[in-house]
Design a protein around this ligand. Structure first.
Ligand SMILES: Nc1nc2c(c(=O)[nH]1)N[C@H]1C(S)=C(S)[C@@H](COP(=O)(O)O)O[C@H]1N2
Ligand SMILES: [Mo]
Length: 315
């Protein structure tokens, strides 16, 4: 991966080894009953960018995480350009504070919420997830966040709320990429309400124990680890509860290639390439590709959501 002009000083990054050993320490302390399994610290964006008291999530994958550099220098964020190195170079113009999220549609408590109020009652967790792009590269990422469902419940969605739609900021002054019609802006995505409430679906504010860099979707993004990466929408400014299957940017641009569900599925190929295997980012170019797992390896957790659904038709 080549260097960019927007390098984060090494001194600002928790060394990966220190981060991971702190994580092991937390985990064993929790197992020994030394610290409560559920923390009671209210979540907030720390001024120094460094989260503390993260609760280590027991179900994290044990594969070695990718490097901080892989995760933050090779990105998809079309609002800042379509090249993989464009977001790290360009996303410094995004203003992430103050940040407001608007809640609309089929819920009791709609309105505008400051980011602080969104985060306040929640406990942040450190979860190491597999993350796979539809383009067949993948990473292992230690995200910081809390279950989206815990937030959605606070808005009291009503019985008409069958789906949830999300929107990214759309500001040509901050986002040079939205001046070109490569996608329909604002970037939008959606989930069924059951997918949104699944405990794996993570509302994400950090990576490697640090506040999310802009290029990874600061200050608030989704991570849906059993779906292709484009479902994991960045820099969310609106959450909309609806009774219909909502529009999603990639489906609008190319419906035959990008379905609403977009569950990782090695048996259903993209029309232009195979989805049976993937290339783990950062591994040697000469190493062979690894097989892609059904639901990206999360079949035990989410398989029940799709019982009886034809996954070839509902791709
Ligand atoms: N708003 C917005 N969200 C987005 C995208 C984007 O272009 N705009 N790209 C998606 C795609 S295709 C992927 S693979 C992931 C990449 O996330 P990462 O850069 O943190 O690895 O973000 C997703 N979320
Ligand atoms: Mo992607």
């Amino acid at each position: 991966m080549s260097k960019t002009t927007n390098q984060i000083k090494p001194s600002e990054i928790t060394p990966e080894s220190a981060f991971l050993s702190r994580r092991r320490l937390l985990k064993s302390a929790a197992a020994a009953g030394l610290i409560p399994a559920i923390g009671c610290d209210a979540a907030q964006i720390p001024a120094d960018g460094d989260f503390s008291n993260l609760k280590a999530w027991p179900s994290s994958v044990t594969e070695a995480p990718n490097s901080y550099e892989d995760i933050t220098q090779y990105n998809n964020y079309y609002e800042f350009g379509t090249g993989k190195e464009d977001p790290a170079r360009n996303a410094h113009t995004l203003v992430t504070s103050p940040w407001t999220v608007e809640v609309t549609g089929e819920a009791e408590k709609t309105g505008k919420y400051a980011l602080e109020d969104i985060l306040q009652p929640h406990t942040l967790e450190d979860r190491i997830y597999r993350f796979r792009c539809v383009e067949a590269w993948s990473m292992i990422v230690p995200w910081v966040g809390f279950p989206l469902g815990d937030l959605l419940a606070r808005f009291q969605p009503n019985s008409q709320a069958k789906y949830v739609q999300f929107f990214t900021l759309n500001d040509p002054n901050q986002m040079p990429g939205v001046r070109r019609n490569v996608l329909q802006w604002p970037y939008r995505e959606g989930l069924t309400i059951a997918e949104a409430m699944n405990p794996l679906t993570l509302l994400t504010v950090g990576v490697y124990g640090k506040v999310l860099p802009n290029q990874n979707g600061a200050p608030l993004r989704l991570i849906v680890p059993w779906k292709y990466g484009f479902k994991s929408i960045k820099s969310i400014v609106r959450i909309h509860f609806t009774d219909r299957m909502p529009q999603t940017s990639w489906n609008m641009s190319q419906p035959s290639e990008y379905g609403f569900y977009s569950n990782v599925n090695p048996n259903v190929d993209h029309p232009r390439w195979s989805q049976a295997s993937e290339r783990r980012l950062g591994s040697s170019l000469f190493s062979s590709r690894i097989p892609t797992l059904m639901f990206n390896g999360y079949a035990d957790e989410v398989g029940d959501l799709y019982r009886g659904l034809n996954l070839v038709e509902n791709f």
